[in-house]
Every structure is written in structure tokens, then in C-alpha cells.
Design a protein around this ligand. Structure first.
Ligand code: NAP
Ligand code: G4F
Length: 338
């Protein structure tokens, strides 16, 4: 009889952590999730939604706690999803972002190495399309690939680039099974309210139900390659099942502006002209913006057989429907309460 697989997941309280916990549980994994802080506000929700996750108190900035987490979980697979992940926040908290999003990865890789578990544990690093930057001299063309140039435009993007390269360095230096997933924006019913898609769908639901009059956003012209988080965590898992560690872009191959997202989201509640409901404020604009992101998922499709299932209109629809149900007090089975 084969041994039950054990996975250690950082960022278990986040969007991807929730989807990944469901996926791994369905595959029979024993799941260990890192929980930080002496009184984490998300702990109770996590215990309710994922009673099968074994929580370990640890923080990516605390090396000793990570060594402890590795020793307790003895993982076959480590998914490093923990990070300061909000680009705007990273401009206001650049040092904290470096400590967690960049150096935290080094701390975790070292925890595996010094405990001798680099031989047995496969490691997934959550890299990002924010590393590309979308500048004029480096436009995506038919889509950024694993070979495209990097030019990060935020403290978050810079921290993630360090994380990406240190992860690759441990693969090259110590022969560790380290896979990096260069993931383009992915959203869904578990998305944090601080990100633009969920901020919009939550507001559209509120406007529909008469709970609010408007939503205040930053720039509306930037374009993103938006997919569904459930599809993307499946890709993470596939990367760690592959026979060799590698780097993979996960994306839809389509790009849409925030204006297009607004149009589809308001159409769900029968509103054609959304302009009276949308205000703009510089507070939500960034010192440097990434104009456009578009990814080429060709390698993941060919090598891993990965395929996204949810397209852009379906993504917007599922998020608006979820938020209307949530804000009207209905609870959708299996959906997040966040
Ligand atoms: P998220 O919802 O913002 O979750 C971030 C997670 O990181 C939370 O569980 C948070 O825990 C944890 N965390 C923060 N600081 C930590 C620390 N010091 N020690 C341990 N854990 C800490 O992010 P997500 O959307 O699920 O994304 C998952 C990963 O993929 C992130 O690394 C993100 O940067 C990357 N990524 C995301 C996308 C996307 O579009 N979603 C695209 C590319 C890459 P608390 O609950 O304790 O705060
Ligand atoms: O939803 P966002 O905050 O996502 P962003 O900056 O693209 O980052 C997300 O995707 C990355 C992958 O490319 C991840 F690595 C990262 O962790 C995160 O998940 O902003 C999207 C766009 C930006 O151009 C932003 O300036 O929306 C614009 N925007 C306009 N108004 C706004 C708002 N963004 C936010 N968060 N809030 C606004 O009110």
C-alpha cells in the first residue's frame, strides 16, 4: 500500500490556499497549513471550512518556526503561496514586502535544506506575471512566456523576482525539485476584497441589493489576463507531479481592461451604463502601473496537459452571482464566507 502524501502549504488562509486545500483533500493528501500570528482572524473560518487541515503556527519571516513546520509535517510537497500579495500595499510597505515575499522564500528553502528534506520534498514557488512589467520596450506581443524579459514595476514585483531566482538557484545548486509557476491574475469567489475584480463584484452585488450607491476605483484602462483560481491551483499540482522541475506560465491568453470587467459585471444586474456608479480616486492609483499583462500558456498546455476551464465571461458571472448570494445572506454550499 502506498504512503499517504503529505503537503505543507504556506498561505493556506489566502485565495489559492483555499482552492488548493480542497484539491489536495480530494486527492487524499494529509494537509499541513501554516498559520501566522497569535490570534489570526482567519483561523476560525479556516477551521470551519477545512476541518481536515492541520495547522502549524509559523511565519515566513521566522526561520525557527519554519524548521519546526518542516519537521512536524515531513512534507512530500511544499506549496509556497504565502506572501504580501497586494501590489498597492507593497508600495506603502516595501520593507515588509521584501522580508516576507522575497526573504521568506529563502527562509523556507533553507528550512528544507538544513533539515535534510531537500531530497524528498518537491517545492512549488508562486511566481507572478507582475515580474514582466508590461513596458513599451517589452510589450507582451502574443503573450509573455517563460523566456520573456523581466522588468518588475513595484516592490512586490521586485520581491517576487528575487523569490523566483532564489528558488531556481536552489534547484540548480542543490538539485532540489523546485518548480516555479509564473501565474497571471486569477480570481474567483475566494478573492480578497482588496483586489479590483472582487471589489467590483462585491460592489455590484451591493448596488443591486440597495446596500451601496457606488464604488471608488483607481485607473480603469490597465489590462490583465484574468483566469479562475480553481483552474490555476490544478496547474500548481500538475507541476509537482511532472517528472522534472521546471518553470511554467499559467494564463488564459486573453487580456481585458478593468472597463471591460465593469461592463460584464454590471450587465449581470441589468445595468448597461455603469458610469454613474463608478467613481475614481488617486488613492487607488499606483506610483508605477503595469499597463498590460497577457500570458502564453503554451508550454503548460503541451508539457503538463493543463487547460483552463473557466473563461472570462463565466468568471465575472460566477463572482457576481456569488457576491449577490453572499450579501443577501444566502450561503452557497462550498463557497467562501470571505
Ligand atoms: P492572498 O489571498 O493574498 O494570500 C496570501 C497569503 O499569504 C495569506 O494566507 C497570508 O496569511 C499569507 N502570508 C502573508 N504574510 C505571511 C507571513 N509573514 N508568513 C506566512 N504567511 C503569510 O494571495 P493569493 O491570491 O492566494 O496568492 C497566492 C500566492 O500566489 C501569493 O504568493 C501571490 O503573490 C501569488 N500570486 C497570486 C496571483 C493571483 O492573481 N492571485 C498571481 C500570481 C502570483 P494571513 O491570512 O495570515 O495574512
Ligand atoms: O486587482 P489588482 O490589485 O491586481 P494586480 O495588481 O494585477 O496584482 C494581482 O495579480 C498579480 C499577477 O499579475 C499577482 F501577482 C498579485 O499578487 C495580485 O494577485 O489590480 C489590477 C489592476 C491594476 O492595474 C490596478 O491599478 O486594477 C487596477 N485598479 C484600479 N482600481 C485597482 C483599483 N486595483 C485595486 N486593487 N483596487 C482598486 O480600487
Amino acid at each position: 500500500m502506498s504512503e499517504t502524501k503529505r503537503a505543507l502549504v504556506t498561505g493556506i488562509t489566502g485565495q489559492d490556499g483555499g482552492h488548493l486545500a480542497e484539491l489536495l483533500h480530494g486527492k487524499g493528501y494529509e494537509i499541513y497549513g501554516l498559520i501566522r500570528g497569535q490570534r489570526n482572524a482567519r483561523k476560525e473560518a479556516l477551521e470551519r471550512e477545512f476541518p481536515y487541515v492541520r495547522m502549524i503556527e509559523a511565519d515566513l519571516t521566522d526561520q525557527t518556526s519554519l524548521i519546526n513546520a518542516v519537521l512536524i509535517s515531513q512534507p512530500h510537497e511544499v506549496y509556497n503561496l504565502g506572501a504580501i500579495s497586494h501590489v498597492g500595499y507593497s508600495f506603502r510597505n516595501p520593507q515588509l514586502t521584501s522580508d516576507i515575499t522575497a526573504k521568506g522564500v529563502l527562509n523556507l528553502l533553507e528550512a528544507l535544506r538544513v533539515t535534510g528534506q531537500q531530497e524528498t520534498a518537491r517545492f512549488y514557488q508562486a511566481s507572478t506575471s507582475e515580474m514582466f512589467g508590461g513596458l513599451d520596450y517589452n510589450r507582451p506581443g502574443n503573450g509573455y512566456s517563460e523566456e520573456s524579459l523581466f522588468h518588475p514595476r513595484s516592490p512586490y514585483g521586485v520581491a517576487k523576482l528575487y523569490a523566483h531566482w532564489i528558488a531556481r538557484n536552489y534547484r540548480e545548486s542543490y538539485g532540489m525539485f523546485v518548480a516555479t509557476g509564473i501565474l497571471f491574475n486569477h480570481e474567483g469567489e475566494r478573492r480578497g476584497l482588496e483586489f479590483v475584480t472582487r471589489k467590483i463584484t462585491n460592489a455590484v452585488a451591493g448596488i443591486h441589493l440597495g446596500l451601496q450607491d457606488s464604488v471608488t476605483l483607481g485607473d480603469l484602462w490597465p489590462k490583465r489576463d484574468w483566469g479562475y483560481a480553481g483552474d490555476y491551483v490544478r496547474g500548481m499540482w500538475q507541476m509537482l507531479q511532472h517528472d522534472q522541475p521546471d518553470d511554467f506560465v499559467l494564463a488564459t491568453g486573453e487580456t481585458h481592461s478593468i472597463e471591460e470587467f465593469l461592463t460584464l459585471a454590471f450587465a449581470e444586474i441589468g445595468v448597461e451604463d455603469w458610469s454613474p456608479y463608478v467613481k475614481q480616486d488617486e488613492a487607488f492609483m499606483r506610483p508605477a502601473e503595469v499597463d498590460i499583462l497577457l500570458g502564453d500558456p503554451g508550454k503548460a498546455e503541451r508539457v503538463l496537459g493543463w487547460k483552463r476551464e473557466v473563461d472570462f465571461p463565466a468568471l465575472v458571472r460566477l463572482m457576481v452571482k456569488h457576491d449577490i448570494a453572499l450579501r443577501s445572506g444566502e450561503f452557497l454550499p462550498g463557497a467562501s464566507e470571505r
